[in-house]
Each structure stands twice: as C-alpha cells, then as structure tokens.
Design a binder for this molecule. Structure first.
Ligand code: GUN
Length: 283
C-alpha cells in the first residue's frame, strides 16, 4: 500500500511561501513580479491552463496579464510582441502557451524570449543549464516533480530511475535532474523494447507519455516511487499514464491524477517568476 503524494497539498505550502516572498519584494522594491502569458488561438485546454496560471499568480499577490492573440497572427507579429515584452521594464516573466499554430516556428519564438524572463525554462540557455547542471530557470513540471520526490525523503542517489517519455518539456529535463541527484537513469519511449522489464527494475518511475493507464500494476516494482505526469481524458474523467489503483498496491509513494503533478507545475511557475524578478530587479 502506498502513500499518495498530494501535489495539491504540497503546492499550497509552496504558494504560501511565494506569497510571503512577494510581500517582501513589494516592501524592498516597491513592486511585485509581473507575469505576462501569451495565448495564441482558442484551444480550450490551453485556455484552461493559462487561466489557472493567471489565477495562481494573482492569489500569490503577483501581477499577471493574459494577452490573447488570434490564431492568424504571423510569426513576425508575435516576434514583435515578444521584443516589446522583453524591453518592458514592468514585465518580469513571459510565457507563450504551447502549442502555437503550425505556421509559427515554436523554436524561433522561444529563442526570442530574454533568458531572464523565460519563466518556462524553455530558452536554449536555460535548457543548456539543466544539462550542464549550472544555475538557470528550471522548467516548471520537472522542477515540481523533483520537489515531490524530495518531499518523500527517499534517497535518489544510486537508485534506478526510469523516465518514460522523451519530450523537451518533461522527459529529457527530468532525466537530467535525476542524474544530477546521482540516480542511474534510463529514458524509455515509444520505440523502447521490453518496457515492462525496465519498469520492474525502477525504484523511481516517472511516466510522461500521455497514454491513459499505459503503466500497468505488473510493471511497478514493490516499494517504488511513481510519478504520473499524464493527464488523459477518458469518458469525461481525467486519468494519468499509470493505472493508479493497481500501482498503489505496490508503490511506496505515488502521485494521483488529478491533484498530483499538475498543481506542482503551477507552484513551480510561481517560484520561477520570483526568480526572474530577482534576476532583473536585483541587478
Ligand atoms: N503547454 C503545455 N505545458 C506547457 C508549459 O509548461 N508551458 C507552456 N508555455 N506551454 C505548455
């Protein structure tokens, strides 16, 4: 039987700490961090994510602005907007919600965001920092996952970790962060053979593939820590990549969906916004 790692509860603690930090920043700098979120198009899932991010910012006492742009915006127009936000001293964080329409090159937009305003940690210099293990803004979901892992008290050093998924946003960075903590890391993906065998050896299992219940109970090692990043809609219910009911019988710790990694991503974004503020205002 496992302990459920409640991202909902842990994120409340982080958000309360961020709120305190913001009050201190207001007292010191006479201003608060300002996050600008850019949403291109009408994707309902993206809209609900950015609304949650905005609400969390405001609750933490920060300033937040949502800029909604039509899906027909050109790459040049979006770049102009990014440059304006880069140059605006009142803006400390810029987040362009992904995905953006196909006619715009996502990499060009991400590269254009000033590194110190890159609250997502997606800029190549921040990506490089994760790989080099040097200071930088960590991407929010991997950062939240590491906070959850640390909250269990389980030592990562020397443990076998399996990360299922190789996305730039989650799989690759989380693998690097686990490596930094001296875990022995394997990255699995859609072409991986014998996934079950790899999973059964994993002391730490991070599932980030976006396929409902693809990690079954028989794939979990007794006593493992299981982090489920998946958010999949099945019959109007949200489920993760892990079969939670079966896995919780074997894992020592497991994250639920919803209420697991999701709230931690938002809490980490708030922490990143404070970090960006300090990089800019603390100069
Ligand atoms: N789309 C899905 N996750 C994210 C995220 O963490 N940041 C941004 N900008 N877009 C996303």
């Amino acid at each position: 039987m496992s302990n459920v790692i409640s991202g909902k509860e842990l994120s409340k603690t982080i958000r309360a700490k961020v709120k305190e930090d913001v009050e201190k920043l207001q007292a010191t700098y006479n201003k608060v961090p300002h996050l600008v979120v850019v949403l291109v198009g009408e994707d309902p899932a993206s809209l609900s994510y950015v609304t949650a991010k905005e609400r969390a910012c405001k609750r933490a006492g920060m300033k937040s602005t949502l800029l909604r742009k039509d899906a027909s915006i050109t790459q040049a127009e979006l770049l102009t907007l990014i440059h304006e936000l880069n140059d605006d001293p009142d803006v400390h964080g810029i987040l362009v919600q992904l995905p953006i329409p196909d006619h715009i090159d996502e990499n060009v937009i991400i590269d254009a965001i000033k590194q110190e305003k890159d609250v997502d940690g997606f800029h190549p210099l921040n990506v490089a920092a994760v790989h080099l293990g040097t200071p930088g803004i960590l991407p929010a979901t991997p950062k939240g996952i590491m906070t959850m892992l640390k909250s269990t008290g389980v030592e990562l050093k020397g443990k076998r970790a399996l990360v299922i998924g190789r996305s730039n946003i989650v799989g690759k960075p989380v693998a690097m962060l686990l490596l930094k903590e001296h875990a022995t890391v394997t990255i699995a993906h859609s072409r991986t053979q014998n996934m079950g065998d790899l999973a059964r050896e994993a002391d730490i299992l991070v599932a980030a593939v976006g396929r409902a219940n693809m990690v079954t109970g028989d794939m979990i090692k007794e006593g493992a820590v299981v982090i489920d990043v998946g958010v999949n809609r099945v019959d109007d219910k949200l489920v993760g990549d892990v079969d939670f009911e079966a896995a919780k019988e074997k894992a020592a710790f497991i994250t639920p969906v919803p209420g697991g990694v999701g709230p931690m991503t938002i809490a980490s974004l708030l922490e990143n916004t404070v970090e960006c503020f300090l990089m800019i205002e603390g100069k």
